[in-house]
Design a protein around this ligand. Structure first.
Ligand SMILES: *Cc1c(COP(=O)(O)O)cnc(C)c1O
Length: 421
C-alpha cells in the first residue's frame, strides 16, 4: 500500500480521504470495467518532478528551454506506443480519452461535418456525440446500432445505407459498453466506399489489443485509433491518438492537440505512460490480457447457468452487460447499491432498447481487468459471479453481510500487486 507521510503531516484533512480510498481499493472487489490498478513504477512516474516542467510543443520543437530530459521521456512514450499498436505515429499528450477524441475531431473535421458512430444506448461513449456534450453543437453525429440485441450483431446493411445517405467524414467504431468484437472488415469496406476515414476508439480494449487477445483495427486498415491509457492498458489516467500510416493525418493531429486544444503537456503523466507501455510490451502482459478474457468467460458461465439475461448473450472481451430488471426485478441502480454494500463495485448502465430512464436504467456493467490484476483466476471469478447472483436474488441484510465478509477475504487474499514485470 502507499504511504503518504508528507500529506499526513501537512494536510491531515486530505490524508483522511486519501487513506479511506486506499482502504476501499484494498478491501473491495473492483468490477468497473474501465478501472484498474497501476504498478508502483507507474505511480512513481506520476509523482515525479516532471510535474514541475513546462514542455509546450513536441520533442525537438519546444517553446521553452531545459527540455533535454522531457524530450527523452516523450520520445520513449511515443516509440513504445508505436511498437505496441503497430502505428507509424503516436501523440501521447491527450490528458484523457475525451481529450483524445475531441482533438481527433478537430484534426479531421470542419464544423458541421458528419460522424457516423455507434448508438450510445448500444454501447457508444458520451464523446461519440451524446446530446449533453458540446461536441454536438459543432459536428453532426449520426448513428448505427445493433441488429440483434441478443447476439450483438451490428446492422452493417443499415450502416452502409446511412453512410451513403449522409456521407460522413468519419466512420467511428468503438464502445464503452459493448461486449463483442466488431467486424472491422465491414467498417473499412463502408468507409472506403463513401470516402470516409475509419477511426476506432479503443479506450476500453487497448490492453486486449496490446496483449494480442483482441484484433488490432490497424491490421484491417483503420486510419486512426484514439484511446485511454488507464483502462485495460493499465497505465496512468490519460489519452493517446495513434495514426496507422498517413503523415498528413499525424501532422493535423499534433496541431490539433497542441496548440489547437490543450496547453502544456503533463510530462509526469507522459512518463507514466512510457512506463506502462514498457510493462505492456513485456511478455507477462499478454498472459494478463489472456487471463482477463478467461475470467470474463468464467463469470459468463455462472450467469448463463442462472439464466441471467446478458446483452449480446455473453462476451468476447473484458466486460459483461446484465439486464438486472429482467433477471432480478430490480433496477440497475438498486443492483449497483446492493453490491456496493457488500464491497463489490460496478456501475448501472443503460441497455439497448431500455424501458427505464437513463438515471436509473435496467442494466449493470461489470468487467474483469482490475480483479485479474489482483490475481483472481477462473475459480475466484466464478465465485464472485455466484456471490453477485446470491445478493441480487435474496437482497436481505444477512446475505449482504455474509457476502461482504467473503468479498473482503477474497480481496485480502489477493492484494494489489506492486509490480508487474
Ligand atoms: C472511457 C472512454 C472514453 C473517455 O475517457 P476519459 O479518460 O474518461 O476522458 C472515451 N471513449 C471511450 C470508448 C471510453 O470508453
Amino acid at each position: 500500500m502507499n504511504s503518504y507521510h508528507h500529506i499526513e503531516k501537512e494536510d491531515p484533512e486530505l490524508f483522511t480521504a486519501l487513506d479511506g480510498e486506499e482502504n476501499r481499493q484494498a478491501e473491495g472487489l473492483e468490477l468497473i470495467p474501465s478501472e484498474n490498478y497501476v504498478s508502483r513504477a507507474v505511480k512513481e512516474a506520476m509523482a515525479s518532478s516532471l510535474t514541475n516542467k513546462y514542455a509546450e510543443g513536441y520533442p525537438g520543437k519546444r517553446y521553452y528551454g531545459g527540455q533535454e530530459f522531457t524530450d527523452a521521456v516523450e520520445t520513449l512514450a511515443i516509440e513504445r506506443a508505436k511498437k505496441l499498436f503497430g502505428a507509424a505515429y503516436a501523440n501521447v499528450q491527450p490528458l484523457g480519452g475525451a481529450n483524445a477524441n475531441i482533438a481527433m475531431y478537430m484534426a479531421l473535421l470542419e464544423p458541421g461535418d458528419t460522424v457516423l458512430g455507434m448508438d450510445l444506448s448500444h454501447g457508444g461513449h458520451l464523446t461519440h456525440g451524446h446530446p449533453v456534450t458540446y461536441l454536438t453543437k459543432i459536428f453532426n453525429f449520426v448513428r448505427y446500432g445493433m441488429k440483434d440485441v441478443e447476439t450483438g450483431e451490428i446492422d452493417y446493411d443499415d450502416m452502409c445505407r446511412v453512410a451513403k445517405e449522409v456521407r460522413p467524414k468519419i466512420i467511428l467504431a468503438g464502445f464503452s459498453a459493448y461486449p463483442r468484437e466488431l467486424e472491422y472488415v465491414k467498417f473499412i469496406e463502408i468507409a472506403r466506399e463513401v470516402g470516409a476515414l475509419a477511426v476506432m476508439d479503443i479506450a476500453h480494449i487497448a490492453g486486449l489489443i496490446a496483449g494480442k487477445v483482441a484484433k488490432n483495427p490497424f491490421d484491417y486498415g483503420f486510419d486512426v485509433m484514439t484511446t485511454t491509457t488507464h483502462k485495460t492498458l493499465r497505465g496512468p489516467r490519460g489519452g493517446m491518438i495513434l495514426t496507422r500510416e498517413s503523415e498528413d493525418i499525424a501532422k493535423k493531429i499534433d496541431k490539433a492537440v497542441f496548440p489547437g486544444f490543450q496547453g502544456g503537456p503533463h510530462m509526469h503523466q507522459i512518463a507514466a505512460k512510457a512506463v506502462s507501455f514498457h510493462e505492456a510490451l513485456h511478455p507477462s502482459f499478454a498472459l494478463y490480457a489472456k487471463q482477463i478474457i478467461a475470467n470474463t468467460h468464467a463469470m459468463e458461465k455462472v450467469f448463463k447457468a442462472h439464466a441471467i439475461r446478458m446483452i449480446t448473450g455473453g462476451s468476447d472481451n473484458h466486460l459483461l452487460l446484465l439486464d438486472a430488471w429482467k433477471s432480478f426485478g430490480i433496477s440497475g441502480g438498486e443492483a449497483e447499491s446492493l453490491l456496493d454494500r457488500a464491497g463489490i463495485t460496478l456501475n448501472k448502465n443503460t441497455i439497448a432498447d431500455d424501458t427505464r430512464k437513463p438515471m436509473d436504467p435496467s442494466g449493470i456493467r461489470l468487467g474483469t481487468p482490475a480483479i485479474t490484476t489482483r490475481g483472481l483466476r477462473e475459480p475466484e471469478s466464478a465465485r464472485v459471479a455466484s456471490l453477485m447472483v446470491e445478493i441480487l436474488t435474496k437482497r436481505d441484510d444477512i446475505t449482504v453481510e455474509h457476502v461482504k465478509k467473503e468479498v473482503r477475504n477474497l480481496a485480502l487474499a489477493h492484494p494489489i500487486p506492486e509490480s508487474f514485470i
